[in-house]
Design a protein around this ligand. Structure first.
Ligand code: UTP
Length: 224
């Protein structure tokens, strides 16, 4: 299978968790051994948000704020690429046009942000579209998608399976609360829906969940 793995910055980089990054490196190696093609999109997490804040305080425009956040995500991507060693492509991929060349060498693709004005979820969706991935997995800080925000509602229920339309509906209810951290960016959902992709949202603090998701075991939330 061709898999895009979205490694949440809020998972591996907020604060930076090197043990977890190493576990991801082992997990990606296992996927490759199992014969899968893997592309990893790494986010910038808290450090990216800190740099956005710094740029804002300096009075720099939004595009520049995004650019520094992208640089941070690419730094984490570089660290991850070096951690996986020779099974990875030579460099962090910074343009979708270079994605095919990297994967054709049989190596693991690693990228961070792509351009201002989007999130790394959207980068993952664009990448999945470009390389015609079979599956996109998002490792997040929750066990999957819930019917309402589980951090605010004790009675929130995790959903095992849903459609992209259902997912949009679940999220539209919480959309207007500023600063809400959504498990996946609605812009990314649009791209995935349009391309009839398959998305699995899992708890990224347990990398074994990602192997389980690839192997078709019941874990997280499956969106189709
Ligand atoms: P994300 O919010 O997508 O990364 O990027 P993350 O930390 O991995 O997210 P989660 O919370 O774990 O899912 C951080 C910020 O970087 C900028 C945006 O401002 C975004 O909110 N960014 C990122 C871009 O402008 N373009 C990109 O291609 C990627």
């Amino acid at each position: 299978m061709r898999i895009v793995l979205r490694m949440g910055g809020s998972v591996v980089a907020s604060p930076v968790n090197t043990d977890l990054m190493s576990k991801y490196a082992e997990m990606v190696q296992t996927l490759k051994r199992q014969g899968h093609e893997v592309a990893v999109v790494v986010g910038g997490g808290a450090l990216a948000r800190e740099f956005i804040g710094i740029a804002k305080k300096l009075g720099l425009e939004e595009q520049v704020q995004d650019e520094v956040a992208i640089s941070v995500s690419r730094l984490f991507a570089q660290l991850f690429l070096k951690t996986i060693g020779e099974i990875g492509c030579e460099k962090v991929v910074v343009a979708l046009d270079d994605a095919g060349d990297c994967l054709e060498t049989g190596k693991i693709l690693v990228m961070g942000g792509l351009k201002p004005g989007i999130t790394t979820d959207t980068v993952a969706a664009f990448l999945a579209e470009r390389i015609k991935a079979d599956l996109l997995i998002k490792g997040t800080d929750q066990d999957g998608v819930y019917n309402k925000d589980p951090r605010k509602h004790g009675d929130a229920v995790k959903l095992d399976n849903l459609s992209f339309d259902d997912l949009t509906e679940v999220f539209s209810e919480s959309k207007h609360k500023a600063g809400i951290h959504q498990v996946i960016d609605p812009e990314a959902i649009k791209i995935m829906k349009h391309n009839r992709m398959k998305l699995i949202v899992v708890n990224g603090f347990k990398p074994e969940n990602i192997l389980a998701a690839v192997n078709g075991e019941s874990v997280g939330t499956v969106v189709t």
